[in-house]
Design a protein around this ligand. Structure first.
Ligand SMILES: Cc1ncc(COP(=O)(O)O)c(C=O)c1O
Length: 360
């Protein structure tokens, strides 16, 4: 614990009282040495090929598989007790909002333009959304006094995303530390690190043990190429993880997802991932340089992730040209004050060449 960190008790006191008192659902116990006649499963595997689940698709999967928690926590430099896994980090966003926000009473802070699910999860839960926009004139920097004012006004969760989607910006370390100091004992600060693998900055996940009111989100959907498997995690103090475990759906990790995730964490796969990250980062810079020479482009935001936010004189015209060539990009026109912008995901070298040809 540091001078700016509250004790864990103060953080737990922010959680909903009814969730702290909740009697959770009891999963069918996991005892592999026994014949399973306790979970109303089929005694036979499905009639079709079961290679995906390695012959286990007729069995409920192990909740929060220890093998996976060990592999992920090892890769991220934390303890397995600090990790909760689920269906993408999207699920973690939903769970943590539900644990901490009382409907009709609590609020969360979001810093637009940013990932949309923080606000959606809050609205689903009936929590208010306090918007403190990033400062576009300062390269989409955090408005620290604005965030602190929202914490003063009683916000329970502060959502920070670095590198931020859709701007690609890395939030300044001193700004996040200032928010952490202001939030001590009053709010949970959650740093979404979905794209952290693309940066050379140390991960905030390594600091979770020092600040009981800091949590991070991690995902295998981006650099690890597993968007289709749906595997994401929240990293937080073990006591917060224990609270989240009370409400996570009973069998949150399907067997094929478990296998794919474990395979992605093996050294040979991690070595391939590292090479791909270097390649995608180089492609991002090549794409950015090429786009900067395109006549309609007015700004290419510096990005530390696998995408670029690009401003056009007429983004609609660029979008139409890309669509006509069969290329899908994300339209951010008018979204949270972004103006004529599109977000382009960095693809393979061939795909990036096509994009540049179409836009040249
Ligand atoms: C910043 C950020 N966080 C979280 C997610 C959700 O990722 P997933 O649910 O695939 O882990 C995304 C997806 O695009 C994202 O951009």
């Amino acid at each position: 614990m540091t001078a700016t960190s509250p004790g864990i008790e103060a953080v737990l006191a922010l959680a909903r009282e009814d969730i702290r008192a909740l009697e959770p659902y009891k999963n069918a116990s996991w005892e592999p040495a026994f014949t399973r006649l306790h979970a109303n499963e089929s005694p036979w595997p499905p009639a079709f090929d079961t290679a995906d689940g390695d012959g286990r698709l007729h069995r409920y999967p192990q909740p929060q598989p220890p093998e996976l928690l060990k592999a992920l926590s090892g890769a991220w430099g934390v303890d397995p007790s600090q990790v909760l896994v689920g269906r993408g980090s999207d699920e973690a966003i939903d769970l943590v909002t539900r644990v901490f926000c009382v409907a009709g009473q609590d609020s969360v802070v979001v810093c637009p333009p940013t990932f949309g699910m923080y606000a959606v999860a809050a609205r689903i839960q009936g929590a208010a959304v306090r918007r403190v926009p990033l400062d576009a004139a300062k390269g989409f920097a955090l408005d620290v006094p604005g965030v602190c004012a929202a914490i003063d006004a009683g916000a329970k969760i502060v959502w920070l995303c670095t590198p931020n989607n859709p701007t690609g910006t890395v939030l300044a370390r001193e700004d996040i530390l200032a928010v952490l100091a202001a939030a001590a004992g009053r709010a949970l600060v959650i740093v979404d690190e979905a794209y952290v693998e693309f940066t050379d900055r140390p991960s905030w996940t390594l600091e979770v043990s020092r600040h009981p009111h800091l949590a991070t989100l991690r995902t295998l959907s981006k650099a690890h190429a597993l968007a289709g498997a749906r595997m994401g995690a929240i990293v937080a103090a073990p006591q917060i993880i224990a609270l989240l475990r009370r409400i996570v759906p009973p069998y949150a990790v399907p067997e094929p997802t478990l296998r794919a995730s474990l395979a992605a964490m093996r050294p040979d796969a991690l070595a391939v991932t590292d090479r791909r990250i270097a390649r995608l980062n180089a492609e991002r810079e090549r794409l950015a340089a090429g786009l900067a020479t395109c006549s309609g482009v007015t700004r290419v935001c510096p990005s530390a992730a696998n995408f670029l936010l690009v401003e056009w004189r007429d983004a609609g015209e660029a979008l139409a040209r890309l669509r006509a060539a069969g290329l899908l990009v994300r339209d951010f026109r008018g979204y949270d004050g972004l103006g004529q912008t599109l977000r382009l995901t960095v693809g393979s070298p061939d795909e990036n060449d096509r994009m540049l040809e179409v836009l040249a």
